[in-house]
Structure formats: C-alpha cells, structure tokens
Design a protein around this ligand. Structure first.
Ligand code: SF4
Ligand code: SF4
Length: 326
C-alpha cells in the first residue's frame, strides 16, 4: 500500500536537496522527494496535484477543488515555479516546494469551512424556499417569474414520484436541466448571490449535509398571497378542484376499472386548463408566473406520472398511458 503523499510532505524540505545524487527511477510515488529533486516539471505538477487533493480533502474532479487550486496557485506563483522548474537546483526546488505547500496550507485553513462559489451545487439543484426568504419577494429579488409552487401531492423536488405531504416553493430550473435559474454557467456566477435564499446559505459541501428544515420552516403560497383576496381565492379554488392527491387517487381507481373516477380527473384537467388560459389572456400574466400561483399544469403532472393528457379539437381531454420506449 502506498503512503499518502501528505505524509511525505511533513518531512523536512531539505530532504529534497539530500536527493541530489540519487538516481531518479521515474516512479514518482515510490519516493516523492527523489521525484521532486530529480524529476521534470511534469513530475512536480503531478505530485502537486496529488498533494493538493489529499490536503484539501476534496475530489480532484470537483469544482471546489478547481477553484481552490486556482486560488492557491495564484497566491504561490505556481506558474512561475512550473516554468522555471527544470534547471533549478535541488535546494531551489526545495524552497519553491516549501512556498507551494505553505501557501496551500494557509489557504486551506482560511477556506476549510466556506463556500468558494464554485457553483457545483447551483448546477445540480435550485433551492426550496424557507420563511427567511419572504423579504426577498418584498425586495423584488424574487418574483413569481422565478419561483414555482409544488402543491401538496406534487412530486417531491428530488424528482421522485413520491407525493409531497406539504406544499413547497422552489426556484425555477433552467429548462431541460436541474441548474438553478439564477446561476450563470458561463460566468460561474449566481445573479443574486448576496441575497441568495436561506437554503443556499446553509449548503456546505465541505462537511456533513445540514439537517432538513422543520416542516414549519418552509415558505408556501399562503405566506405571500393570503392578504390579496383576488389571488388567494383563485389559488384556493384551484387547490380544491385540482387537488393532486385526488388526481393521483383518481388515476389509481381508473387503473382498477372504476370509470366514474374519470369524472374527477377530467373536471380537474378542464378547470386547470381554463384557469390558466384566463390568467394568460385576461390577467396578461406570463406562463412562468402562473406556475407560482397554481403549480405546474396538471398535464405536466400527469406526464411525470406516466400519462399523456391531450386536449382534442372538440375541447375534451383525452388521457392515455405514455408509451414506454423499449
Ligand atoms: S457550497 Fe456549493 S457553491 Fe459553495 S463551494 Fe460548495 S458546491 Fe461550491
Ligand atoms: S440562488 Fe444562487 S446560490 Fe442559490 S442555487 Fe441559485 S445560483 Fe446557486
């Protein structure tokens, strides 16, 4: 079993100089000091990458590793060391290596429990909102165009078919991905970082995941719209007539041959469809904003459950199982 490279680095840097006369075997992990003293800059670069991964305790493939490495190398003048490495004497190599290692240790200490804004978590999910995020609506950091509702009975935010027992509000994702709407991948930046939601502040990729919030900590539509009767009445009417829990039950009953369950399903589909049309045409609301008021459409909900709902030319919904691709 090979000795972790970090152990070697606890040795005195002068050990590099003592390797002056040793023959470099080319097996860089057999004796890193010998490799540093006599190997090429590529050998040094390889050892440096290994040392950093062990010391920072993060995967070399992670975006956090990439950012920390960049910061450390800038602070330690790595590019210059790499460029000048080959003709350096073993003593100078020892000195350059000491500079790299000490900068790495200092930087690692400074950033060991902080977000370095690598964006990896933003690319893989968007946050669910908590009560602390309510002021973000007052400050118009968040608007109905960036948030959608996951009403009770909707599929859970993790993308599982498991029904939610309580409502959630969630930041939209970039279409076709799980990336948060506010993340600008090209610039690796969050557009609202200083005012990011609470769940983003709680993320800590460097340690144990934070505990799940208590159920009363979650923000829902009533916190935002209850004081606006014209909107709240509409939300509650939709919730009553398009209840996703009942829609799930209706689907199960239909599957068992209870045809009368179809009435519940079709009534919900029609109400959902016409209410959205009304919001779009009469209230001139954008399609995204309707999803904050009403959640995603029931046709989308059915699609996630494996059914295709189509509005026919006669203005009637037809529901059928989606074809499975072999
Ligand atoms: S919390 Fe997210 S953005 Fe911050 S360092 Fe970790 S993965 Fe990157
Ligand atoms: S709001 Fe900002 S910090 Fe939070 S997930 Fe989205 S991009 Fe990342």
């Amino acid at each position: 079993m090979s000795v972790p490279f970090i152990i070697w680095c606890r040795l005195n840097y002068k050990d590099i100089a003592s390797m002056k006369k040793a023959k470099f075997t080319g097996k860089i992990r057999t004796d890193p000091w010998e490799s540093l003293a006599r190997g090429s800059r590529e050998v040094m670069a390889s050892l440096w990458g290994e040392y950093l991964a062990e010391m920072l305790k993060v995967s070399k493939k992670s975006a956090r590793f990439r950012i920390l490495r960049q910061q450390i190398e800038e602070a330690a003048g790595y590019k210059e060391i790499f460029r000048k490495w080959n003709p350096l004497s073993p003593e100078d190599r020892g000195e350059a290596w000491r500079r790299l290692v000490e900068t790495a240790r200092a930087q690692a200490k400074e950033t060991e429990a902080t977000c370095v804004r690598c964006g990896e978590c933003c690319e893989s999910s968007s946050p669910v909102l908590l009560l602390q995020d309510l002021p973000l609506f007052m400050q118009e950091v968040l608007t109905p165009n960036e948030v959608y509702a996951l009403p009770k009975g909707a599929s859970s935010p993790e993308g599982l078919r498991q029904p939610l027992e309580e409502e959630r509000l969630k930041i939209r994702e970039v279409p076709g991905s799980r990336q948060c709407w506010f993340y600008q991948a090209a610039q690796q930046k969050c557009r609202i970082y200083d005012q990011r939601p609470e769940q983003c502040r709680r993320r800590q990729c460097w340690g144990e995941p934070p505990p799940e919030p208590d159920s009363e900590e979650y923000l829902n539509r009533s916190h935002i719209f209850r004081q606006i009767p014209e909107i709240w009445d509409l939300i509650t009417a939709h919730q009553e007539r398009c209840d996703r829990v009942q829609v799930r039950e209706a689907l199960e009953r239909l599957a068992q041959g209870e045809e009368e369950a179809g009435d519940i399903l079709f009534e919900a589909l029609h109400f959902d469809h016409h209410l959205r049309q009304m919001l779009l045409s009469e209230w001139e609301m954008g399609a995204a904003a309707t999803e904050m008021l009403l959640g995603r459409s029931l046709t989308d909900f059915l699609r996630d459950l494996g059914f295709k709902a189509t509005l026919t030319r006669e203005g009637v919904f037809r529901v059928e199982p989606r074809q499975c691709r072999a």
